[in-house]
Write a protein of this length. Structure first.
Length: 216
């Protein structure tokens, strides 16, 4: 079935429009640390790349009348990666190093009790018409429950590289839960007006593009 661009966008707009991958933020809630010099709200805005987690089932083969049928028996969750820009005072790096030192103090090398080592991480997504990428403007939030840093990636230094330094943290968690934003914000007259204006701009853009293709 052939669908015109205008019909495609109209149908997509009926579901809130196409989601943009760059409209997100993260909120980090660590466990209680001793002498925590860097707070989460000082570094979480520096997360420029995140992943919404997946989910899969572990399976076992069950033979039924000569047929092998795969059946699920447990849910499994792969680690999620968060990538941060580093700053000259190394606050993002120090935050995650402190969390890992909290899990296994360098002095004793004894692992902390599990209930004392995890926190939670929320990954928020926002519609294109959101005024700001702050909670309350979001349309979806995924919470990583019982989250803790599994690893901190290397931070490459190079005399020939003048790019901003960055590093990746791998996050392990028990499971995840998701919530869609259903507050009055999404149904307000302001939001409806912004949605209407966004649609008009999109249709005008596609109309000009089709006109150029026709006249060319």
């Amino acid at each position: 079935m052939t669908v015109s661009i205008v019909d495609f966008m109209h149908n997509a707009d009926g579901q809130g429009g196409l989601a943009k991958a760059n409209k997100f933020s993260v909120m980090i809630t660590p466990p209680s640390f001793e002498k925590q010099d860097v707070q989460a709200d000082q570094i979480q805005f520096l997360c420029h790349t995140a992943e919404l987690p997946g989910k899969q089932f572990s399976t076992v083969e069950d033979r039924i009348y000569g047929l092998e049928v795969m059946k699920p028996y447990a849910a499994t969750y792969e680690p999620v990666s968060l990538t941060f820009y580093n700053t000259n005072n190394f606050s993002p790096r120090k935050f995650w190093e402190k969390w890992m030192d909290h899990i296994q103090p360098q002095g004793s090398r004894n692992m902390r009790y599990y209930n004392d080592m995890y926190g939670s991480i929320q990954i928020y997504h926002y519609p294109e018409i959101a005024n700001e990428t702050v909670p309350g403007e979001h349309n979806y939030v995924c919470t990583l429950n019982e989250a803790w840093p599994l690893s901190i990636g290397e931070l490459e230094l190079n005399w020939e590289n003048q790019d901003v330094a960055e590093f990746t943290v791998s996050i392990q968690y028990k499971d995840w839960s998701q919530t869609r934003q259903t507050t009055s914000m999404l149904n307000s007259s302001d939001m409806q007006e912004r949605t209407k204006q966004s649609k008009m701009n999109q249709y005008a853009s596609y109309g000009r593009g089709n006109q150029r293709q026709t006249t060319g």
